[in-house]
Design a protein around this ligand. Structure first.
Ligand code: PEP
Ligand code: MG
Length: 593
């Protein structure tokens, strides 16, 4: 008889973040493995570290109170009380005092100090004779790791150090955690929190790592080493599948991979409708390494290069030279196709520790993107110089994120002109005709796009933010993900306004948000008159298939009809039915309902 205990299968439903199916062993990330990197700090920075510690204590307290409330409601007050013990540890004055005293003495970053103190407590308690005290260890580890995770933010131990292929299970992953996966052995991942257009989800797509986010309790349901299936197409995670389920998913995986391989054959065919209307199909990238995938999937150019990833997972800013090398490499590899380099979009869910930007209450509404760059012309100009120099080696376009009105565009342009002048003086060559575009992702910019279009050479609509800001839906919050509706009439009308205003001024209008990868909306976006769609490289073959299967005249009629509808639900249903009618093979293959 096999004495091994068979674990019960569990199926969880979350938000599909990156397509594909993987099966592997679970690795719980962010548990006892949090190891901070040591940094020396100056005397003047001690108050900043203390402030960071205090604000993390507050944040952690809020999290614990929330869990306590949830558990009390769901399982009863008795269970909720466990977390009162966590609060006692969190607010223990002896612990707090010791951390601050060591910080002042040792002058090291707060994460490393806290880590040391935490380990000391654990060691002392492990030796304790009193059983009650020994039992407190798990509380201390639990709450200590929670504090540490909050302190470390984006600086956690990298996922590049996994020793074997695994499916990563985490409460949350920051975009920088995800960025590290490209060097690692991550087959797929599943998280408790997060939304479809969080930068973590976007990064997963770029890396072609199947992922499901917003599962709420995957970290509770899974143990290290459990067998996990991640179905990134449908947002499903299965823990310890039965033999029958395993066989079903192995078959589904084969079928999906086969379909993808089939679509790749479209690579050398143009992105045009049956009646000959061309729409540029470009790719979004985060890292210079992504270019291989862009070329493999047959993109016509790069519609969005999110340069902030070059600034992540490091203690210093990338120098002009380092940036220049990365931009030049991308430009050269893509030549003669174009590369749209977006200037630094720091802030929101992309926190860069080395920039010393204070944590904000509403980071997506705060000191982000162009606002940050205009206030830090030193950083902005370094990036400009690197981009301009690289423009001598390929076809580069430049683009500003989060423009809210023409003023910011003009201000950024003045700094760019200054930089160009300096380069000319030094006889450093660059593309004198470099095109400069604006991302339209703030409602005020969409509504004044007619004015901005007189200054800009092109537009690219960033729907991830445009939806977030127009519908007041935090793009990374899984609790309100159901309200994040790309097909909302407000969004389609804003997109139409931007396209029409751009075309009136004779400039091209693209779209580079995740909405562009939603194949149920491809026909609508085509019909609205977009000149370019820029999507994750893996989405390109499917989108191309849809474009090549329809007539532009029909797409236009569909868009005309849809733009007059009253609800997102109605629009979504209509668009999906049209897609199923016009491209049935792909709708069936992808299981679109
Ligand atoms: C967007 O907002 O749609 C966009 C493409 O930019 P990001 O996702 O990087 O904010
Ligand atoms: Mg954006």
């Amino acid at each position: 008889m096999d004495k091994k205990t068979v674990k019960k299968q569990l199926q969880l439903k979350g938000i599909p973040a990156a397509p594909g199916i993987v099966i592997g062993k679970a690795f719980i990330f962010g548990g006892n493995d949090l190891v901070p990197i040591e940094r020396k700090i100056a005397d003047k920075d001690i108050p900043r570290e203390i402030e960071k510690y205090n604000s993390v204590i507050l944040k952690t307290k809020k999290e614990i109170l929330e869990i306590e409330k949830k558990i009390s409601e769901e399982l009863g007050v008795e269970h909720g009380k466990i977390f009162s013990a966590h609060l006692l540890v969190l607010e223990d004055p002896v612990l707090i005092e010791e951390v601050i005293a060591r910080l002042k003495k040792q002058k090291k970053n707060i994460e490393i100090i806290f880590h040391e103190v935490l380990n000391k407590y654990i060691d002392v308690l492990s030796e304790a004779k009193d059983e009650y005290l020994r039992d407190r260890i798990s509380d201390i580890i639990d709450v200590g790791n929670r504090i540490l995770r909050n302190l470390m933010g984006a600086e956690g131990k990298g996922l590049d150090s996994l020793s074997e292929e695994s499916v990563v299970i985490a409460y949350d992953l920051s975009p920088s955690d995800t960025a590290m996966m490209h060097r690692g052995k991550v087959l797929g991942f599943a998280t408790d929190i997060g939304g479809r257009t969080s930068h973590t989800a976007i990064m997963a797509k770029s890396l072609e790592i199947p992922a499901v986010v917003g599962l709420e309790n995957v970290t509770d349901a899974v143990q290290d080493g459990d067998t996990i299936i991640v179905d990134g197409n449908h947002g499903i995670v299965i823990v310890n599948p039965t033999k029958a389920f395993l066989a079903k998913y192995q078959k589904d995986k084969k079928k999906y991979d086969h379909m993808e391989e089939g679509l790749i054959e479209l690579k050398f065919l143009p992105s045009e409708t049956k009646d000959g209307k061309k729409i540029k199909l470009a790719a979004n990238i985060e890292l210079a390494e992504d270019v291989s995938s862009v070329l493999f999937h047959g993109a016509e150019g790069i519609g969005l290069y999110r340069t902030e990833y070059l600034f992540m997972n490091r203690n210093t800013l990338p120098s002009e030279e380092e940036q220049f090398k990365a931009y030049k490499l991308v430009a050269q590899r893509m030549k003669p196709s174009y590369v749209t380099i977006r200037t630094l979009d720091v802030g929101g869910d992309k926190f860069l520790s080395q920039l010393d930007v204070p944590r904000e209450m509403n980071p997506f509404l705060g000191w982000r993107a162009i606002r940050f760059c205009l206030a830090r012309p030193d950083i902005f100009k370094t990036q400009f110089r690197a981009i301009l120099r690289a423009s001598a080696f390929g076809k580069i376009r430049l683009m500003y994120p989060m423009i809210s009105g023409v003023g910011e565009f003009v201000q950024a342009g003045a700094i760019l002109e200054e930089t160009k002048k300096e380069l000319r003086k030094k006889q450093i060559s660059f593309d004198e005709n470099i095109e400069v575009g604006a991302m339209i992702e703030v409602p005020s910019a969409a509504l004044t796009s007619g004015i901005i279009a007189r200054e800009a050479d092109f537009f690219s609509i960033g729907t991830n933010d445009l939806i977030q800001y127009s519908l007041a839906i935090d793009r990374v919050n899984e609790k309100i993900a159901y309200l994040y509706e790309p097909a909302h009439p407000a969004i389609l009308n804003l997109i139409k306004t931007v396209i029409d205003n751009g075309h009136k001024e004779g400039i091209s209008v693209g779209l580079c948000g995740e909405m562009g990868s939603d194949i149920t909306l491809t026909i609508v976006l085509l019909g609205l008159g977009l000149d370019e769609l820029s999507v994750s490289p893996i989405a390109i073959p499917e989108i191309k298939k849809v474009i090549r299967s329809v007539n532009f005249s029909v797409a236009r009629q569909i868009a005309d009809e849809i733009i007059r509808m009253s609800t997102g639900e109605e629009i979504h249903k209509f668009a999906t039915n049209k897609m199923k009618e016009l491209v049935p093979e792909i709708a069936t293959e992808l299981g679109i309902e």
